[in-house]
Design a protein around this ligand. Structure first.
Ligand code: NAD
Length: 253
């Protein structure tokens, strides 16, 4: 809307804040997405191959935690920088069509539609588990999954639907809805506090300040305040720059 000149109000992009990305997306989703999958299936992830589609802040948290639980993790990306980062973090990186044949558990977390579709479903192993952690139920193509399920669909557990493709069956969790909300309880309060503090302080700054219409980043002072409050709540102290260090950092000579 801003690019088209149609944004008439100031907006603070809380979702883009460093503190939001680093904590809510990475550590919150990293834990709660796997929590949802485990509650729905009771799988042992150790020894499984988990395919994470999308290596943004959320996807990297999911990949990190799946690796920590003993899974082999494959990352699929369309952004070369993020794909390279995943590779250098030690994950296998490959196109989704190749990963389709190898994965035991697939987790979409891209914000994009039809990331897993017919051409992937027909390559997957019998019993593969499909879960979506992106916000809308479009990342796994449900129309194409239904079309592929010539043998029908049945619910084998409360949040697990088995799609019978004839020579194999695929297990869809939570109907393709965001799995950590549909099958678990979302993020723990101990990370939502950071998000809500950012939102509250950003709303206060909007109400008190004078802002031009457009999208603004969260002011750095707010990010630092929230991180400082969270550290204090955790009982963690950190160092401060000495005056000499401040002078050094701001000098060019
Ligand atoms: N489940 C949750 O609790 C939770 C939390 C935060 C965000 N989200 C949702 O997760 C999704 C991703 O969020 P994010 O903040 O990580 O976004 P992001 O933009 O940082 O990352 C998305 C990544 O997906 C990649 N991608 C796009 N299309 C792809 C494709 N076809 N195949 C493979 N990779 C592809 C992009 O290149 C990007 O690196 C969004 O829908 C967001 O709303 C969910």
């Amino acid at each position: 809307m801003e690019a088209e000149g149609r944004l008439a109000v100031p907006v603070i992009a809380v979702n883009e804040a460093r503190a939001e990305r680093a904590f809510n997306d990475r550590f919150g989703a990293g834990q709660s997405v796997l929590d949802g999958i485990l509650r729905a299936t009771n799988l042992l992830l150790a020894g499984q191959t988990v395919v994470v589609l999308g290596y943004g802040w959320t996807g990297r948290g999911v990949a990190l935690r799946a690796h920590g639980l003993g899974a082999s993790v494959i990352v699929c990306e369309v952004d070369p920088l993020r794909a390279l980062e995943a590779r250098m973090e030690g994950f296998a990186v490959m196109p989704a069509l190749d990963a389709a044949e190898r994965g035991d558990v697939f987790i979409t977390v891209t914000g994009v539609r039809d990331v897993l579709r017919g051409e992937h479903f027909v390559r997957m192993k019998n019993g593969a588990v499909l879960a979506n952690a992106g916000h809308f139920d479009v990342e796994i193509s449900l129309p194409e999954l239904r079309a592929a399920a010539t043998g029908g669909v049945r619910e084998i557990l409360p949040l697990v639907q088995r799609y019978d493709l004839g020579d194999r069956a695929l297990n869809l969790l939570a109907g393709g809805r965001v799995v950590n909300l549909a099958a678990a309880e979302g993020h723990p309060a101990a990370v939502m506090d950071v998000s809500f503090a950012l939102q509250a302080l950003a709303a206060e700054a909007l109400a008190r300040g004078s802002w031009t219409p457009g999208v603004h980043p969260v002011p750095d002072a707010i990010e630092r305040e929230v991180a400082g409050l969270k550290l204090a709540a955790l009982g963690v102290e950190i160092d401060a720059l000495t005056p000499e260090q401040v002078t050094y950092l701001s000098s060019w000579s």
